[in-house]
Design a protein around this ligand. Sequence first.
Ligand code: HT7
Ligand code: ZN
Length: 883
Amino acid sequence: PPTIFRKDYVAPGFWVDTVEMGFDLDLHETHVATRITMRRNHDSAEKDLVLFGASLKLLQLRMNGVNLKKNAYTIDGEVMRIANAPDEVTLEIETLIKPLKNTSLSGLYASNGNFITQCEAEGFRKITWFPDRPDVMAKYTVMLRANKKKFPILLGNGNLIEEGDLGDGRHFAKWEDPFKKPSYLFALVAGKLVCQEENYTLKSGRSVLLQVWVEDGNLDKTQHAMDSLKNSIRWDEERFGLELDLDRFMIVATSDFNMGAMENKGLNIFNTKYVLANSRIATDVDYAGIESVVGHEYFHNWTGNRVTCRDWFQLSLKEGLTVFRDQEFSADLVGTTTGRAVKRIEDVRVLRQVQFSEDAGPMAHPVRPDSFVEINNFYTVTIYEKGSEVVRMYYTLLGHEGFRKGMDLYFARHDGQAVECDDFRAAMADSSGRDLTQFERWYSQSGTPRVKAETTYDAETQTYQLTLSQSCPATPGQDEKLPFHIPVAMGLLDAEGKDIALHCDAYSALAGATNLILELTEASQTFTFTGVAAKPVPSLLRNFSAPVLLDIEYSDEELGLLLANDSDPFNRWEAGQRLATRRLVKLTKAVQAGETLELDSMFIEALRATLVNESLDPSFRELVLTLPSEAMIAEEFDVVDPQAIHTARQFVRTALTQHLRAEFLSAYEANLTPGQYTPDAISMAKRALKNLALSYLSAWSDESTFELAQTQFDEAENMTDRLAALSALTNFHGTETQANAAAQSLKKFYKDFKKEALVIDKWFMLQAVADTTDVAKVRELMEHKAFTLGNPNRARSLTFSFCNGNPSRFHAADGSGYALWAELVIELNKINPQVAARLARSLDRWKKYPLHLQEHMKLALEKVAATKKLSKDVAEVIGKALA
Ligand code: HT7
Ligand code: ZN
């Protein structure tokens, strides 16, 4: 399949002013009539009128009232060209589409008998021929017609301007969107749905109608989404001065969805996973996920919809910025300093575990990619999470007020436009007067930079020198890298762990501050601090001020000091992770060498001190006590041995439980949350620590802890506690009787929740990542009547969870995990290429494994590559892995 390059961008040959559409909705065959008014863009090098279409039956094509003959246009793949079109054009197009047969979940498709659309990135072309590119923005009016009984609800973008009966058992609704938008923001929903609605008053006094639409039987699960929506509206008004621009804002939940949600103008469509919640079915993590995704989609209304992307290479312009906004929203809602830090730690964990790995593999790409084969493959952690870190660096460099000024200028300049990442950078630079020329490299260079810190202390002159050197490894297509502009937030601690007042030669205006943002712009720079009475301990990259790997040699004592005292909570946590990683790496090597495993008391005591420190927020303690994941430990090795890593990590868990059993039990008792479930920050923090304690306790076989887990499972009043207990029981290293009891609990869980699809997803997932689940067990679960590859949530719950979340079993020595993976990718490729391509990425890092595993992986990759009718989605991922 052809590669598309950013450098080849050409403005559209024609602009579109208005789009009128009429849909005769039928699940088997929907008729779409479209009238588009267009005018020539005299500034473009493109002279033809270009339209895109896919999987369409073209019934009629008229230009300025005349039927176009077959020889008046050419069609090559998805591209139609009409040469010699006049400057002013009205196109009338009629197409037929088959929603029921559309299993790709892109375009117009059926979900439980309802109609749903998904047009980002290139789904609109599956509805009609159209200049389906984000820089073509137009006003839409849409008429929906359908059988009234089967499809009583008809929803579209914008405002409902007319509705009524058609007299033949059908009815209609006409929707008008007052704002210009690109086609990827088009949406319609039709079917049997019910809604929770509320009138909400904006700060300006204007009243808006908010609706959350769900399938019948789910109205008891919409309150949290509604609350999150109201919080989002308020937050964007207060933090960025951005008001909801419509009179009506709707959220619709569907169980068939490729991603989390979609920000269609005024008609957001969500995966049920990010809408439905009550204490019976949703965990604390689900509640937090709903809050941030509802926020994310709402925030797109300005960052993405009002100001959109010129082309898909600029995707991070809207996604990185909107992730930054949703992260800040969630942090602001918690409000406390520790709450903010906890959120930051959780976000950084994802970035490091998933994005750093992407940046080190065959799919590595810049935040603003230079090329792609299939744009759907570029909805990545690099575009989203690294993109958000890039935006966060502006925030760090310019400060709270400075960043806000930059945002204000961005909207003042670009409202209603389709723009580039460079325009955002220019707004930040111009509003602050800062030179952000070098900052551009964060958009154009891929790979995770490494910053090496070296220090010297001269007691005589009381001078401390910090040398920071940066480098960035080669990535596909980029052998050489130039230095980045890296903000390094830092402080120095004295022997008591207190912050020292800083006097740095390069930042004399800030003399006396205890926290400085050093700006590293060269390959190597030395910063000199004077008046330092004794050798300090540096605390660098506070709050993770840049998405880099920091190499610094700390002694255990220094890390202990940072863990116990750093005024920056992020770096306190980081010190604990460094202590743990050091041990996990050593123990993994010991496992490989067949040596006896031992855990030293310094580490145990440092964790004990944190666990029992009640002045620390329970959620912070939970994070410190959580060991780096197996995937994180793997990043420390050139050649990964998944089983040795698993054994080492399990050993540390067991050893910690042996030594800290009493403390874990006390933490368990002290953090019970009796009474009615509420998803507030304090109760969530308590449950997190309590359930972490339970999970540790179950790592050490003991009758009483099994009972503790069993009782929690039997008596749980909410899904957070029930699922945590079920996980503890399933992973308990105990007797056969206990294993049987755990199996019974799994059965009961299924029986109790079999009508709740989202809970059954959890049931599959919990088993997929269980210690004892091998390839044979996954195959057995695939035969379960509730399993299907046709639904993305269900497919992901078992197969993705196993391939990505159970490394020691997936990487079985006989290659059986990879054989299963290949079968699944091939099968999914027929059903849903986007989902298939996501799973295909599980073998991205195959060259990091021992040769015998590499051989099996290569065979599996080649098997997929040789498959007939491979989608370009899968072909791109596999092609890059094998390159
Ligand atoms: N902007 C949305 C992207 C999206 C998407 C992309 C490709 C295929 C299916 C999709 N569903 C949603 C989601 C977001 O970032 O808000
Ligand atoms: Zn988004």
